[in-house]
Design a protein around this ligand. Structure first.
Ligand SMILES: O=C(O)C(=O)c1ccccc1S
Ligand SMILES: [Mn+2]
Length: 260
């Protein structure tokens, strides 16, 4: 391995020639969480309980207790989250190799397709068309599905309708292909879930979870503003909380992008 000097990178951060873009939604009690069929357990939205705010309960300090799911807001999914990844080594947020938490990203823009059809499914042909323009997806890259869904507000974001949520995502074949043929580090979406809203009806159900986590790979969901990223060249920093045996965690996702 060649020597590598980080001082140039540090200077580029300091002078702004490397931009830092925040891809994270503000965590708030009214941010929507995944809605599963009613017979299943549900994720909790954020709950904030003030302990003190420079008052009798704490004269010089302000702090809160918070309650939420590992899968609330912009968050990270670890392989242990799904049955296909349950027996893999180092499959929880506290045991995964930290080398995986900083990686380059390929951004596939399907915003037009998602605007035309909320149940749009990304397929292999869509990714191959992207590769025709931008080159083969390198190993150990994030693939981020840009749908501009994060620009939607309130009910339009969760988009609950007949049969539950109607939001775009990947089909089964492309998820298997991205993990097995392209060796991606993970898959990220702007929607509530790495899977499409109607993914319970795909084969296998929830194919993003099935193949990502079965392949020891990761998910990012509820990302925002992927339109700010170039198709290639961004570096993603996504470091989940180190929760013991954690299936995932709310996460601050940052993208490093060269200023142009
Ligand atoms: O991982 C999640 O937050 C998520 O989207 C999910 C969680 C549990 C079951 C299905 C899904 S689709
Ligand atoms: Mn999740």
């Amino acid at each position: 391995m060649a020597d590598f000097d980080l001082t140039t990178f540090a200077s580029a951060l300091a002078d702004g020639s490397v931009k830092v873009i925040d891809l994270t939604f503000t965590l708030s009690p009214d941010f929507p969480v995944i809605v599963l069929p009613p017979e299943f357990g549900q994720a909790s939205p954020l709950r904030i309980e003030q302990i003190s705010r420079y008052d009798a309960a704490g004269p010089a300090w302000y702090w809160n207790n918070i309650t939420l799911s590992e899968h609330t807001g912009t968050h990270f999914d670890a392989p242990i989250h799904w049955f296909t990844g349950k027996d893999l080594p180092n499959n929880a947020v506290d045991t995964l190799p930290v080398r995986d938490l900083i990686a380059p990203a390929c951004v596939i823009d399907c915003s037009a397709q998602a605007a035309a059809d909320p149940d749009f499914l990304l397929g292999i042909a869509d990714v191959e068309a992207w590769e025709e323009r931008h080159g083969r997806i390198p190993e150990r890259n994030w693939v981020l599905l840009r749908t501009d869904w994060s620009k939607r507000q309130g009910r339009d974001y969760a988009n609950l309708g007949e049969g539950g949520p109607h939001t775009p995502g990947p089909d089964s074949a492309v998820m298997r292909w991205l993990v097995e043929e392209r060796g991606i580090i993970g898959f990220g979406t702007e929607t509530i879930g790495t899977d499409a809203g109607q993914a319970a009806h795909l084969d296998p159900p929830y194919p993003a979870h099935h193949f990502l986590h079965g392949g020891g790979r990761y998910g990012l969901q509820c990302l925002r503003d992927l339109d700010l990223l170039p198709p290639t060249g961004a570096i993603i920093i996504a470091t989940p909380l180190k929760i013991v045996n954690g299936s995932g965690s709310p996460v601050r996702v940052l993208a490093l992008v060269g200023a142009n």
